[in-house]
Ligand binder design. Sequence first.
Ligand code: URP
Ligand code: ZN
Ligand code: ZN
Length: 475
Amino acid sequence: MRYDLIVHGGTVVNAEGSRKADVAIRGGKIVAVAPGLRREALRPASNGASPPPPQFVDAAGCYVIPGGVDVHVHLDLPFCGTFSSDDYDSGTRAAARGGVTTVIDFATPTAGGSLEQAVETWLAKAEGLACVDYAFHVCLTDWPRHRHELRRMVKQGIPTFKQFMIYEKQGWRARDGEMFSALEACHDLGAMLLVHAESADVLTELIARRHNPVDMLKYGARLHAMTRPNFVEAEAIQRAVTWAKATGGRLYIVHMSTAEGAEIVAQARRQGSDHILAETCPQYLVLDDSVFNRRDGHLFACCPQVKKPADQERLWRGLRQGTVAVVSTDTCTFTIAQKAMWKGDWTRIPMGLPGVETMLPIIFTHGVLRKRLSLTQFVDRCCTSPARLMGLGHRKGRVQPGFDADLAIIDPDHRIRVDHRKMETNADWSPYQGMVLAGFPRTTICRGQVVVDHYKFCGTRGQGCFLRRELPAAV
Ligand code: URP
Ligand code: ZN
Ligand code: ZN
């Protein structure tokens, strides 16, 4: 067989193990993973492109891993009185540059709107702009009105739904009864419910106690952390876990940030509830709430907020043990000007951080190089498990014949100092500014196209495809 592209001489890493092998690609798919593939087997370049696309990528000394699968991003999201500033252009360029070849966003209905309309709106946001592949979860913001659309969504390749236990003002909050019956519906359909778990009423009470000029002047952005103690997340996770156990519905806790949460999920799984899953994000693994003491501390406000070093370590342990199954980013970028909307009132800070461009480097550097994760665990939590658990396990997340040719080629010795001025995200700041990270891909390949070459984005807008997903894999 003739190939379009050969990745030569690298160490191929899958979730089960690693070995020296070449990777051959044809028609956007991986067609062979074997040592000794020969340059002569390449097809003559005939598409007249100038310059012709590279056909032979030397990966000697590098790891060749599946492209990252970031199952939690918010691109162009209307939120906190503005829109998250990375859209499908900058957001997916950032993904590619960070070695992420698939993103899953959240189609969120407008007030009174249907799930179908939300999906159409999100498809239009991505149309012609996406540089990597993408899919959507759909947010159930109006239950039970949205209930009748679930089956159709699953048929259309959207088998994962999300509810928020907070965000009353946005009109997104789901109450316990709604979560309970959404979990039942997910159980019936083989779908999965993603839940943002924070305790709305206690949070509202804690915020109200501090929402006065004296405290705001005295504590500034620190109030964001002061009003969200760990029990705000832990209690909500406990409740969601209770309803998942009662209904048998598959539950996936998004952006888990606390040691207590990690413990609750681990315990449920130990007791046999392996339909209860959780993800965490780089910000909860490498940042702590001392950032709010900085003069620009308000920039770091995200929801839930970053916690303490002890939480970080517990989350790393969960990742190592697999009770935290996935790393995602919750990318929800706001510029310095957008963050300035707070004007001293922490409840008005647009909440969210950039992240997709730095996910693999942060987990590689702080996980693999610091021996908190093995190389194969890194690949599993950032690529294989997210793909599998979100219904993409048939085509994404593995370097294996038959799979999409999505690869990140990482030179483990090459370090880059994070500098927002040199990044693809349109954030004009970075939570990780100045960090020296290994694990940026030297080359990223998305369905056979080189989209990052020598650490620089070289892909094409509109090349990314909408992915219809299967039912989430059995766990
Ligand atoms: O701060 C965050 N995470 N913003 C995005 C919305 C959410 O809750 O995921
Ligand atoms: Zn959330
Ligand atoms: Zn989110």
